[in-house]
Design a protein around this ligand. Structure first.
Ligand code: IMP
Ligand code: MG
Length: 175
């Protein structure tokens, strides 16, 4: 069966939601500077668009953690492939993710980052699949809650494909 993608959240819908999130975050962090942390690679499109909608000063850093192979189910193995360039001590950190699924990646990551003593740390995710949660993760800002479907686009991939789609779509035809 061929892989097909049906649109779940259109480009316009995502843009509107990112703008809303940016406004909420700017309000919550009034008078502060936000240190955005992007979880590569999936979070990069979202973080860049979100950063443009935040009106308080921001700085950015990137890290890469993997809990996934090339398939559609979590291996449960998490490793840091690329660490942050800068320390977090005293900073108001906002971790930006593409999707929280089982929560394994994030619970591990947030534990590590908390040890670096940021002044505060919150989590912003474009997508949340609450039905799939295995580890408890507190999400502070969510773009969209979605059902247990495998999605691609806007940074999310299937075997490294489809990240560049400007919308979020459900991938079908993958066994
Ligand atoms: P978790 O550790 O199970 O929460 O997995 C988080 C990571 O799995 C995400 O950052 C994604 O890279 C990947 N992932 C989970 N669900 C999807 C999906 O529906 N599409 C694409 N990637 C996904
Ligand atoms: Mg990710």
């Amino acid at each position: 069966m061929a892989e097909t993608i049906s649109i779940l959240h259109s480009e316009e819908e995502v843009a509107r939601r990112v703008e809303e999130l940016g406004r909420m975050i700017s309000e919550d962090y009034k008078g502060k500077q936000i240190h955005l942390i992007c979880v590569l690679k999936g979070g990069v499109f979202f973080m860049c668009e979100l950063a443009k909608r935040i009106s308080v000063p921001v700085s950015m850093d990137f890290m890469s953690v993997s809990s996934y192979g090339d398939g559609t189910s979590s291996s449960g193995v998490v490793k840091i492939a690329k660490d942050l360039d800068e320390p977090l001590e005293g900073r108001d950190v906002l971790v930006v993710e593409d999707i929280v699924d089982s929560g394994r990646t994030l619970s591990y990551l947030l534990e590590i980052l908390a040890k670096r003593r940021p002044n505060s740390m919150r989590l912003c995710t474009l997508l949340d699949k609450p039905d799939r949660r295995i580890r408890d993760v507190k999400v502070d800002y969510t773009g969209f809650e979605i059902e247990d479907r495998f999605v691609v686009g806007y940074g999310l991939d299937y075997a490294q494909k489809y990240r560049n789609l400007p919308y979020i779509g459900v991938l079908e035809g993958v066994e």
